[in-house]
Write a protein that binds this ligand. Structure first.
Ligand code: URA
Length: 311
């Protein structure tokens, strides 16, 4: 606490006191938020390594560390129930193959090497995934990395993530934040379109095995790109990254931490395509404003009012 400004120290003590009294939310001025953010970011370990170091067996599991937030905490779950009814412990560093150390100098070369490794890895393309890889796209120095679940038919055709109807909506969301699609990094947990008989243009959610097989790659990818914030789009992305299965309504609206990176979960854009309710759009927009706050991006009054119900 020694190098934390006195005003921020008082604020932290006050918030702790209010939290002990059971208060779950607090209104903070922009100045107070800036002070708290500075404390949060300086408290984090510097991320100097380009890829996660291979973890010895039985190493400390990757925990959902809680970032500084005045939002309601989410209970930590030790295990997650899967679609097939199996309960398995949260994915840990020790479980995944973290020995992926892409070679090459610079992010572009390392990502190219990673892509080549995925192409060679039959475990990352089990029998139920199709053959065309859809690798990530976007800036190599992004503030934000969006992670979806898996490519769909249009993504497979164009070999680029999020280019179908959900992707077009994602692009609009990015633009509403005052950014361009090319300024962020867009990826999926699974790099191949999940297959099924007589598939046509139908898509399916990746299985847990498929997501688990691809997890080391998304970890390595994130370590190469080093975004300032990760946004998980939808419950499958949350599950694929953390092993946690929970309704987005419970997971959203807070800043968590994934492998040392601030991490926000929101609804998948395809949910908004199915549900035209302005209140649901507002929720996604509030999550995006949370991301903007973490990044200390300016938010105009006009932006603050997006998707508010007209009186
Ligand atoms: N949905 C996803 O999760 N990813 C895509 O790339 C497209 C749609």
């Amino acid at each position: 606490m020694a190098d934390v400004p006195l005003a921020t120290q008082h604020l932290l003590r006050y918030l702790k006191h209010r939290q002990d009294e059971g208060v779950k939310r607090a209104f903070l001025t922009d100045e107070a938020k800036t002070g708290l953010r500075a404390v949060y970011f300086h408290a984090r370990q510097p991320r100097e390594t380009v890829v996660p170091a291979p973890a010895p067996q039985h190493q400390q599991p990757v925990q959902e560390e809680r970032a500084t937030t005045t939002k309601e905490p989410v209970p930590q779950e030790q295990s997650a129930a899967t679609d097939d009814g199996v309960t398995y412990p949260k994915i840990t560093v020790a479980e995944v193959r973290t020995s992926i150390t892409p070679s090459g100098v610079g992010k572009a070369a390392q990502l190219a090497d990673l892509k080549a490794r995925i192409a060679e890895d039959n475990e990352a393309r089990t029998v139920d995934l199709r053959d065309t890889m859809v690798f990530s796209t976007g800036s190599l120095d992004p503030e934000i990395m969006f992670i979806g679940e898996a490519p769909g038919s249009e993504e497979e055709r164009q070999q680029e993530p999020f280019v179908g109807p959900a992707g077009k909506l994602l692009t609009k969301i990015i633009q509403a934040m005052g950014l361009q699609r090319e300024m962020v990094y867009i990826s999926n947990i699974v790099k191949y379109r999940p297959g099924m008989p007589n598939q046509g243009t139908r898509n399916r959610k990746p299985t847990n095995d498929e997501m688990h097989a691809c997890l080391p790659y998304i970890m390595a990818e994130t370590a190469i790109v080093r975004p300032k914030v990760i946004v998980a789009l939808g419950g499958t992305a949350l599950e694929g990254l953390t092993g946690e299965k929970m309704p987005i309504g419970r997971a959203r609206d807070q800043v968590r931490c994934w492998n040392g990176i601030p991490f926000v979960v929101t609804y998948h854009p395809s949910y908004l395509l199915r549900n035209d309710d302005i209140a649901e759009k507002r929720k996604v927009w509030e999550d995006m404003m949370l991301v903007m706050e973490v990044l200390q991006m300016p938010i105009s009054d006009k932006q603050r009012g997006f998707f508010s119900k007209k009186r």
